[in-house]
Design a protein around this ligand. Structure first.
Ligand code: ATP
Ligand code: MG
Ligand code: MG
Ligand code: MG
Length: 479
């Protein structure tokens, strides 16, 4: 008999139908005469209740239907006596496909802490919390492609192994074909990186942007959505060593077009989650409300769903870096009236405490900060007429901080080359990049959205390690 998904049964199962389900036991309770087994197959939050009359089954089979065991159950759907669900399944045949020793199985039918589940990352997807998060993550992947398809952006795969290290976005992971103990060294004893990959020094990509620009200069509007790697030794709740980034790039566009696209995109994704992941979001919202009760009132976060709807419905605040510095210098962030990192003036690199102050205290809305000092931003950003700032933008979200970083790119050959010289970026090695300006250089702009930061925001999960199935971070790479 063909298997039916539990999601479909809970949605539209009719009493009287004969079905087969396969899944894992979540809970079991019962009496001498009847067992009630709640089954989940990952397709939805809800469980389907299996009713097994003890007299109809041999003792050994029922004994093995403990939490975590994998079962195949065949039987008839009947109207449910209990509240919540309209049908349950009256079991005729139960096959135990895999047992789970109740003494050893770590995932018990109770609320585990996120720390405990992080330590059991290989099994945590079997909980409601994590299956909800990863179903939402799936929906967001789909929504990303849907949004760009509808807008005529082409998806381009940019390389994962790259020999370009000029982006300067973070520390790189080295990729080498050399055996571990045969790394060649020069006379000074320094590692000879040029031997990594047939005469080239190679790394894992930190961003697909530069290659994305090449594609935008041919296809007009493109986006990449791929894994990126940063060997940053940061133990924050916002940084991973391996994360996924969405990077659109548009030809014939300036910073305003870029801000409009990013704001529309973020709102679209959030609204998509609200429209399509309601059951999972309601569950996560409830979980968080329970956690919030332990916090002092003034630190409590808004209800997850209200927060998402608010961001989807309201304009983001747009403001220049220089205006933000003025606000920060005149603000009293806490009882002491000071930030941990003082805001000296123009040129100060904003820390997350400053970003969060602007978003969470001052404006209480997402903020797009623009026109940063040229000195603290990358070489490819377009220099503004003031010669001091560049056409950069960061989008700051509550609880997350920076969620998007982007810019209009410098399309003028002479200005770009001068900037590369000034910053010591080797032009010969980047000749492929400069060619886009040598031949038909057009104004263009783009941004990068950190996919896990988005998922953190949408699910309300405070630690970025809890929104990627297999997190990679310092001391987090067990398998
Ligand atoms: P941050 O200031 O938070 O370190 P960044 O400015 O170094 O971020 P960008 O190079 O601008 O990051 O990358 C674009 C986007 O990628 C960021 O806005 C963020 O959403 C995401 N991102 C950057 N680094 C990480 C990381 N280590 N883990 C997860 N997401 C990241
Ligand atoms: Mg960084
Ligand atoms: Mg940053
Ligand atoms: Mg950035």
């Amino acid at each position: 008999m063909k298997r039916t998904l539990i999601k479909e049964i809970l949605l539209s199962g009719e009493a009287g139908t004969e079905v087969n389900i396969k899944g894992w036991v979540r809970t079991k309770r019962g009496s001498k005469s009847v067992n009630f087994i709640a089954m989940n197959d990952g397709t939805c939050l809800g469980n389907l209740q299996v009713v097994a009359d003890v007299a109809s089954f041999d003792e050994d089979t029922l004994k093995d239907t403990t939490t975590g065991a994998a079962l195949s159950v065949t039987g008839k759907l009947v109207a449910s006596q209990g509240s919540g669900q309209s049908v349950e399944i009256q079991a005729e045949k139960i096959e135990v496909l895999g047992t789970a020793d109740p003494e050893k199985y770590p995932i018990q039918p109770k609320k585990h802490t996120l720390e405990f589940l992080r330590e059991n990352a290989h099994l945590r997807m079997r909980t409601n919390t994590f299956s909800a998060v990863f179903r939402i993550r799936h929906a967001m992947i789909f929504a990303v492609h849907k949004f760009f398809s509808e807008k005529n952006f082409y998806n381009i795969h940019t390389p994962i192994i790259t020999s370009s290290d000029a982006e300067g976005a973070g520390e790189m992971f080295r990729v080498t074909t050399l055996p571990f103990d045969e790394t060649p060294r020069n006379e000074e004893g320094e590692v000879d990186y040029s031997q990594d990959f047939f005469g080239k020094s190679t790394n894992l990509t930190v961003s697909g942007q530069l290659e994305g620009e090449l594609a935008a200069m041919a296809l007009g509007q493109i986006y990449t959505f791929g894994p990126t790697f940063r060997a940053e030794n940061s133990n924050t709740s916002r940084h991973l060593a391996e994360f996924w980034m969405i990077e659109p790039e548009m030809a014939f566009a300036d910073l305003n077009d870029n801000m409009d696209l990013a704001e529309e995109f973020l709102k679209y994704l959030i609204q998509y989650a609200l429209d399509n992941c309601n059951e999972d979001l309601e569950f996560l919202a409830k979980r968080q409300e329970e956690d919030e009760k332990n916090k002092p009132k003034e630190e409590r976060n808004m209800n997850l769903i209200e927060k998402l709807q608010f961001v989807a419905d309201n304009d983001f605040v747009r403001l220049t870096y220089t205006e933000a510095i003025d606000i920060l210098r005149n603000s009293k962030p806490n009882k002491k009236g000071k930030f941990k990192y003082p805001v000296e003036g123009f040129g100060t690199d904003l820390q997350s405490e400053h970003e969060r102050y602007l978003v969470e205290k001052k404006f209480k809305k997402p903020v797009i900060l623009t026109d940063y000092p040229a000195d603290i931003k990358a070489f490819y950003m377009r220099v503004n007429d003031d010669n001091k700032t560049v056409a950069a933008m960061d989008i700051l979200f509550p609880q997350i901080g920076e969620i998007v970083g982007g810019s209009q790119r410098e399309e003028r050959l002479d200005v770009l080359e001068a900037k590369m010289d000034e910053m010591g970026i080797p032009k010969e090695e980047m000749s492929w990049y400069i060619d886009t300006r040598r031949f038909g250089g057009a104004p263009h702009a783009g941004f990068g959205l950190g996919f896990e930061r988005l998922i953190s925001f949408v699910t309300g999960m405070g630690n970025i390690r809890d929104v990627i199935p297999f997190p990679r971070a310092p001391k987090t790479c067990e398998f």
